[in-house]
Design a protein around this ligand. Structure first.
Ligand SMILES: Cc1cc2nc3c(=O)[nH]c(=O)nc-3n(C[C@H](O)[C@H](O)[C@H](O)COP(=O)(O)OP(=O)(O)OC[C@H]3O[C@@H](n4cnc5c(N)ncnc54)[C@H](O)[C@@H]3O)c2cc1C
Ligand SMILES: *[C@@H]1O[C@H](CO)[C@@H](O)[C@H](O)[C@H]1NC(C)=O
Ligand SMILES: *[C@@H]1O[C@H](CO)[C@@H](O)[C@H](O)[C@H]1NC(C)=O
Ligand SMILES: *[C@@H]1O[C@H](CO)[C@@H](O)[C@H](O)[C@H]1NC(C)=O
Ligand SMILES: *[C@@H]1O[C@H](CO)[C@@H](O)[C@H](O)[C@H]1NC(C)=O
Ligand SMILES: *[C@@H]1O[C@H](CO)[C@@H](O)[C@H](O)[C@H]1NC(C)=O
Ligand SMILES: *[C@@H]1O[C@H](CO)[C@@H](O)[C@H](O)[C@H]1NC(C)=O
Ligand SMILES: *[C@@H]1O[C@H](CO)[C@@H](O)[C@H](O)[C@H]1NC(C)=O
Length: 601
C-alpha cells in the first residue's frame, strides 16, 4: 500500500476550497438551519447520479449522506490494477455471508465500497450496460414501458464518454462507436495496454465462431459473443461515481455532502389524508455510541445505500415483512413483504493453465523490482500494466437451445440477447482456493453465472443499525445454476483447446484438472466458487399499486410501496439482475429516476 499523503491533502484542500461548507466530515458540524428539498442516503452509483442531476436546478437544495469517507482519490482506488487490494480495508464494509448450502455451507467475504463512490470505487471497472432483453423484461414485470431498452436509450447514452485507451492504440475493430453516446460524466475506454494473449482470444473466437462468435460491441443491446472489454478507466486511472458524477459538481452551493455518517433509519414525519405514512425524515449518527441527529426533507428521502444496507434501513424503519419485523420486536409501519427478498448475485469460478511464455501479468506479482518500476511508470505517465482492469476481453455466452436442463427448468435469462454465463480471460494466475504460486506463468479463465435462478435474502439479525444484517445469497441453490456453471467450465476447456492457443497453453493446473466427470466438476465449483460481488434486487420494483408477496417492494417509479416521500435509487431496485456487471445498470436506473423526480417536482 502506498497512500500518497500529498495527494490526499491536495484533495481535502480542493474539496473544502471549492465551496466552503459543502463537505461536512461529521454529523455535529452540519448546520442546523439549512433546509433541504431532498436527502440522499449513500454516495455510490445510485446516490451520486441523483445528487448531480437534482442540483442542476440551482433552486433545489440537496443533502447527500455517506457512511464512508471522502478519500476517493486514494492511490489504491486510482490505480486500476490495484483493485484487488481494496477488500477488508478502510474502503470495505467487511460483510460476510451466512453459510450457503449451495457452496458446501461456506460463508464468503462480501465486499461493498465504504467511501464516496460506493462500490464503484472498489470494483473491477467492467463497463457493461446489459442487454436489450434485460431491460425489456424490467418493463414487462413493472408494466412501465419507460424501463425498456428503447425508452432508456437517452439515459444510456447520457451517462457515457468514450475516451482513448491509455496507450492510445488504434481501436478500430474493437468497439462500435455508433451505439455509444459521448460527453457524459462517465469516461470509459478499451484496454490501455495490449497483451500477448489478446490476439489468441480473438483468434480462438474466429476459429470456433459457431460456439464463441466475435462481437464487436457487447454494449449494443445484443451481448452475445466474445469482444473487447470496455472499462471505467480514463487516462490510465479509475473512473468511479465520485470522480465522475460528484467531483465536477462539488462547487454547487446547493449540494451539501456529509461523510463518515451512518443513516440509522428513515423517520415517519406525518400521515397523508388517505392514511399513508409520510417518510421524509432521516436519523443519523457518526458512531454507534454517538448522538443521534434527525433531519427532514421538504420533498423526498432517497435511499441509495446499496442492496445490503437499503433493505436493512427499510426494515429498521418499520417497512418490511411484518412477521419478520415482529420477530425482532420492530413495529411494522408498512407491511411490504418483498423488502430484503429476491437477492440475486453472480457466482464466479476459475480454471488456470500453465503457459509457455515468461511474459504474463504474473510477473507483476512475483517480481518486486518490476512492480516498483511499473508503479513509477504509472505515476509518471499513467501507462503500463497497472492501467489494466479485468481481462482485456469478455465473453457472453448461452447454453445451446437443446441443453438437457431445459427439459426440467425454465430459462432464467431475459431472452436471446442475454448470456447464461460469462468468460473473463485473464493473463495470470487467479484462484479462490489456492495461494498464488511464487513463480510460474499462467492463464486463467473466470466463468460466471450471469443469468442465475437462485434467490437469497437480507434479514435483520439485530435492531442495532451499526450491526450487519444477515446476508444469505443462497448461490447455486437451483439445478439450473449448478448445471450452467458446470457447462461453463466445459465450455472454457473447449475454448482453450482452439489452435490459436497451441503455442501458449501447456496444461490445465490442479485442482480443476482433477475434475473431469460432472460430479467432480460440480464438487470443484461448490467447494471453490466465489462471487462477482453483484448483489442486487433486494428491494425490487414491481407494478405500481399491486401489493403483497412477490409484487415488488417498490412501485415502478421506485417509490416505496405504501409510503409517501420515500424512494429507492440503487441496485436494490432491480427486479431481475441484468446479464452484465451491475454498475452501469445502476447508473442507467438512477439517470431515469432523477428525471422522474425532477418532472414531479
Ligand atoms: C469488488 C467488487 C467488484 C465489482 N466489479 C464490478 C465491475 O467490474 N463492473 C461493474 O459494473 N460492477 C461491479 N461491481 C458492482 C457495482 O460496483 C455495484 O453494483 C454498484 O456500485 C451498485 O451501486 P449502488 O448505488 O446500489 O451501491 P454502492 O455503489 O455500493 O453505493 C452505496 C453507498 O451507500 C453507502 N451507505 C450504505 N449504507 C449507508 C447508510 N446507512 N448511511 C449512509 N451511507 C450508506 C455506502 O457506503 C456506499 O457508498 C463490483 C462490486 C464490488 C464490490
Ligand atoms: C473493515 O476492516 C478494515 C481492516 O480491518 C478496517 O480498517 C475498516 O475500518 C473496516 N471497515 C468498516 C466499515 O468498519
Ligand atoms: C473524462 O475525460 C475528459 C476529457 O474527455 C476529462 O476532461 C475529464 O477530466 C475526465 N473525467 C474523469 C473522471 O476522468
Ligand atoms: C524482475 O524485473 C526486473 C525489471 O524489469 C528485471 O530486470 C528482472 O530480470 C526481473 N527478474 C526476474 C527474476 O525475472
Ligand atoms: C509519484 O510522483 C511524485 C512526483 O514525482 C512523487 O512525489 C510521489 O512520491 C510518487 N508516488 C508514487 C506512488 O510513486
Ligand atoms: C443438441 O444439438 C446438437 C446439434 O444438433 C447435437 O450435436 C447435440 O447432441 C444436441 N444435444 C443434446 C443434449 O440433445
Ligand atoms: C431467507 O432465506 C432463507 C434461505 O433460503 C430462508 O430459509 C428464510 O426463510 C428466508 N427468510 C425470509 C424472512 O424470507
Ligand atoms: C447475529 O447476532 C448475534 C448476537 O448479537 C451475534 O453473536 C452473531 O455473530 C450475529 N450474526 C451475524 C452473522 O452477524
Amino acid at each position: 500500500m502506498i497512500p500518497s499523503a500529498a495527494r490526499v491533502a491536495a484533495l481535502a484542500l480542493s474539496l473544502t476550497g471549492l465551496a466552503s461548507g459543502t463537505l461536512y466530515q461529521n454529523a455535529e458540524s452540519l448546520p442546523k438551519a439549512t433546509n433541504y428539498d431532498f436527502i440522499i442516503v449513500g454516495g455510490g452509483a445510485g446516490g451520486t447520479v441523483v445528487a448531480n442531476r437534482l442540483t442542476e436546478n440551482p433552486r433545489t437544495k440537496v443533502l447527500l449522506i455517506e457512511a464512508g469517507s471522502s478519500d476517493f482519490n486514494n492511490l489504491d482506488i486510482e490505480v486500476p490494477s490495484f483493485a484487488p487490494r481494496l477488500g477488508r480495508t478502510q474502503f470495505d464494509w467487511n460483510f460476510t455471508t451466512l453459510g450457503q448450502p449451495g457452496l458446501n455451507g461456506r460463508s464468503i467475504e462480501y465486499q461493498r465500497g465504504f467511501v464516496l463512490g460506493g462500490s464503484t470505487a472498489v470494483n473491477i471497472m467492467a463497463y457493461c450496460r446489459g442487454s436489450k432483453d434485460d431491460y425489456d423484461r424490467w418493463a414487462e414485470v413493472t408494466g412501465d414501458e419507460g424501463w425498456s431498452w428503447n425508452s432508456l436509450q437517452p439515459y444510456i447514452r447520457k451517462i457515457e464518454n468514450p475516451v482513448a485507451p491509455a496507450d492510445h492504440h488504434n481501436t478500430q475493430g474493437e468497439i462500435d462507436l455508433s451505439v455509444h453516446g459521448h460527453g457524459g460524466p462517465v469516461n470509459f475506454s478499451l484496454p490501455g495496454q495490449l497483451l500477448p494473449t489478446d490476439q489468441r482470444v480473438i483468434g480462438a473466437s474466429l476459429e470456433l465462431s459457431t460456439e464463441f462468435p466475435f462481437n464487436l460491441d457487447y454494449n449494443s443491446g445484443d451481448t452475445i459473443g466474445i469482444g473487447w472489454t470496455q472499462t471505467t478507466t480514463s487516462n490510465g486511472h479509475r473512473v468511479d461515481a465520485a470522480n465522475s458524477y460528484l467531483a465536477p459538481v462539488l462547487s454547487r452551493s446547493n449540494l451539501d455532502i456529509l461523510v463518515n455518517t451512518l443513516v440509522t433509519k428513515v423517520v415517519q414525519t406525518g400521515t397523508q389524508r388517505g392514511g399513508e405514512p409520510i417518510f421524509r425524515g432521516v436519523e443519523f449518527a457518526s458512531s454507534s455510541s454517538g448522538a443521534r441527529f434527525t433531519r427532514s426533507a421538504s420533498q423526498e428521502v432517497i435511499l441509495s445505500a446499496g442492496a445490503i444496507k437499503t433493505p436493512q434501513i427499510l426494515m429498521l424503519s418499520g417497512i418490511g415483512d411484518s412477521s419478520h419485523l415482529s420477530s425482532l420486536g420492530v413495529k411494522t409501519i408498512v407491511n411490504v413483504p418483498d423488502v430484503g427478498t429476491n437477492l440475486q448475485d453472480h457466482p464466479l469460478s476459475t480454471i488456470s493453465w500453465t503457459v509457455r511464455s515468461t511474459n504474463t501479468l504474473d510477473n507483476v506479482r512475483t517480481n518486486e523490482t518490476l512492480a516498483a518500476e511499473l508503479l513509477q511508470q504509472w505515476n509518471s505517465s499513467r501507462t503500463g500494466d497497472l492501467v489494466l482492469g479485468p481481462g482485456n476481453q469478455l465473453g457472453w455466452l448461452r447454453l445451446p437451445n437443446n441443453a438437457s436442463i431445459f427439459k426440467q427448468a425454465a430459462d432464467p435469462s431475459a431472452g436471446p440477447t442475454s448470456a447464461h454465463y460469462e468468460f473473463i480471460p485473464t493473463d495470470s494466475f487467479v484462484s479462490f482456493s489456492q495461494p498464488f504460486p511464487s513463480q510460474g506463468n499462467f492463464f486463467t479463465m473466470f466463468s460466471n453465472l450471469i443469468s442465475p435462478s437462485s434467490r437469497g435474502n437480507i434479514t435483520l439479525n439485530s435492531t442495532d443499525p451499526f450491526a450487519h444484517p444477515l446476508i444469505q445469497p443462497n448461490m447455486l441453490s437451483t439445478e439450473f445454476d449448478i448445471f450452467t456453471m458446470r457447462e461453463a467450465i466445459k465450455a472454457a476447456r473447449r475454448f482453450m483447446s482452439a489452435q490459436s492457443w497451441s503455442d501458449w497453453i501447456i496444461e490445465e493446473t490442479s485442482p480443476t484438472s482433477a475434475a473431469q466427470t460432472d460430479e467432480e466438476i460440480e464438487e470443484y465449483i461448490r467447494s471453490t466458487c466465489f462471487t462477482v460481488n453483484h448483489v442486487t434486487c433486494t428491494a425490487p420494483m414491481g407494478r405500481t399499486g399491486s401489493n403483497g408477496r412477490g409484487s415488488g417492494a417498490l412501485n415502478s417509479d421506485l417509490t416505496v410501496k405504501g409510503t409517501i416521500g420515500l424512494r429507492v435509487v440503487d441496485a436494490s431496485a432491480f427486479p431481475f439482475i441484468p446479464a452484465a456487471h451491475t454498475q452501469v445498470p445502476t447508473y442507467i436506473l438512477a439517470e431515469r429516476a432523477a428525471d422522474m423526480i425532477k418532472s414531479g417536482f
